[in-house]
Design a protein around this ligand. Structure first.
Ligand code: BYC
Ligand code: FE
Ligand code: FE
Length: 485
């Protein structure tokens, strides 16, 4: 782990590991080194609460395709959070918008400064928020393997915060440094200074929520990072490219976590030839309808993270070159979209007696949040298909499904109405009466929480979840992934 100047290796001899030659810019280095203790204080106060001696974690050592990660047991507070950008492509050109074809920017153009800062701050705000939301989960981990995955996700979200703080410090001067302070000042769920986006002020009180969160909400992260990776501002693009590599593990934790919950429930349903929720609960597992309710909640809250169905913000971001589309270079169009139209989901005849859910044509640029949300929805559906294969494989006729796009929305075209998971518009009274069938009730949450008894013995697993198929980094499931304090 030595410095390779201009290369991709991380320099771990520095106080802040990095591959951006931080030592060459003393001012920036000092600024970041003075933010570092604030970060560590935040980690102590708002990070994982379970006392541990060390955890089997991966640390980034290289941003290249091969061998970028090093695995080993480390005390979490000694984790080497660092600054890693994907390798620079010196010939990179802007791929869309009004600056298409021009060289990518190495500095922030004055005219886009505030918009870029806003995007980076919003992205940066979600990262520590998720750590705060997950801070108490260690106390109820279903296995040491899961405990280790939780902490891996947590330290990487901490590193993602570093990634955004680096950009703020390096490219936004004094106001960037102030924003970096504020990222530690706001807290998930706080009355006075909450996190910026809705989903990041919700609780993650149990492991079913954690798996749903890493499946649905981290997946929003994947898609947002995918659009920022296209950015004309090259340092942002390179930062996001490397974050996406780490994100793959978060996706895996969510996907296989829900797999294993469904597998356990399906197993008990098949063995006992029952779909009775009380019987499944009595046997210590999570009834399928409760899994569906958690899915409904996390999916709908995550849909809100894409912003309104139509948005002039996103049109401006795209035109300016700040935020592209998912797989921008695979799109077969002019990458400007100035004369294109797009059908977005909409509430038609809103506020009248004949209002209905349908679609309306808008300029393609203002419809870009919808475009990204659709990419996301298709990806979410693949997980549901997977879980349904587990159900059919157990010989069961029941299926999980994604609720309608208008269900439980607080942002965008459907924020003003209530709709059922099938997309039927409901009166406020109907919603009040029936929403407990579709969203977790206090009774459901209390039951799920009652199942969350910690299992810290290597190779053992809680009764409500199946063991994983594979361990981490080739290690067996019964490996001592975490040493408790
Ligand atoms: N909650 O024009 P509109 C991740 C605001 S997750 C609260 O439709 P726009 C991670 C909006 O700010 C990825 N407010 O929105 C996952 C705007 O306010 P102003 C995070 C919301 O701007 C798990 C107003 O409503 N990264 O990495 O087109 C663990 C009008 O909205 C919400 C990003 O999101 C909401 N849900 O789109 C760890 C990337 N939605 O301007 C990490 C950066 C909208 O009127 N963010 N509003 O005051 C963006 O690209 C966009 O700002 C948004 C919103 C997609 C968030
Ligand atoms: Fe992240
Ligand atoms: Fe993540």
């Amino acid at each position: 782990m030595t410095t390779v100047s201009g290369g991709t290796s991380a320099d771990y001899s520095e106080k802040i590991p990095n591959n951006v030659s931080l030592h060459a810019d003393r001012r920036l280095q000092r600024a970041l080194e003075s933010w570092q203790p604030n970060f560590l204080n935040w980690w102590q106060e708002m990070g994982p609460t379970l006392p541990t001696r060390d955890v089997y974690l991966r640390t980034a050592v290289n941003v290249g395709r091969e061998g970028w990660a090093h695995f080993g047991h480390v005390p979490m507070r000694d984790y080497r959070w660092g600054i890693f950008l994907a390798e620079r492509d010196p010939g990179r050109c802007i791929g869309f918008g009004q600056h298409m074809g021009e060289p990518a920017w190495q500095q922030v153009p004055g005219e886009y400064r505030s918009e870029l800062r806003r995007l980076i701050v919003i992205q940066g705000d979600t990262e520590p928020a998720s750590v705060e939301q997950q801070r108490n989960l260690g106390a109820t981990a279903p296995s040491l393997y899961d405990l280790r995955n939780l902490f891996q996700v947590n330290v990487e979200e901490g590193r993602h915060l570093w990634a955004m703080v680096y950009l703020l410090h390096a490219y936004f001067g004094r106001d960037g440094r102030e924003e970096a302070e504020d990222l530690l000042r706001r807290n998930s769920g706080s009355e006075d200074s909450p996190r910026i986006l809705g989903a990041f002020n919700e609780e993650t009180p149990d492991w079913l929520s954690f798996f749903m969160f890493t499946y649905f909400t981290d997946r929003d992260g994947k898609y947002q990072l995918g659009t920022l990776k296209e950015s004309a501002f090259d340092p942002l693009s390179r930062t996001c490219e490397f974050m996406l590599k780490e994100e793959a593990h978060h996706m895996m934790v969510g996907t296989t976590g829900v797999d294993r919950v469904v597998e356990r429930t399906a197993q008990l349903m098949a063995e006992n030839d029952t779909d009775d929720a009380h019987e499944i609960a009595a046997r210590g597992a999570i009834p399928l309808d409760v899994i569906q309710k958690y899915l409904n909640f996390h999916y709908s809250v995550s849909l809100d993270l894409f912003g309104g169905e139509t948005s002039t913000n996103v049109a401006n971001y795209y035109t300016a070159g700040l935020k592209g589309r998912w797989s921008e270079d695979r799109r077969r169009d002019d990458h400007q979209l100035t004369s294109d139209a797009y059908l977005v989901d909409a509430l038609l005849d809103a506020g009248t007696g004949s209002q209905s859910i349908g679609q309306t044509e808008v300029s393609a640029l203002t419809g870009l949040n919808t475009d990204l949300r659709r990419e996301y929805i298709a990806d979410c559906q693949s997980g549901v298909n997977r879980w349904n294969k587990i159900l059919s494989g157990a010989g069961l006729p029941q299926r999980l499904k994604l609720p309608h796009i208008a269900f439980n929305r607080k942002v965008g075209a459907f924020a003003a109405i209530e709709a059922s998971p099938d997309g039927e518009i409901l009166s406020a009274d109907d919603w009040e009466r029936r929403s407990g069938q579709w969203l977790p009730t206090d009774v459901d949450k209390t039951h799920v929480r009652s199942l969350m008894q910690p299992v810290y013995e290597p190779g053992k697993i809680a009764a409500w979840i199946a063991p994983p198929r594979n361990g981490i980094n080739g290690k067996p499931f019964d490996y001592e992934y975490v040493h408790l304090a």
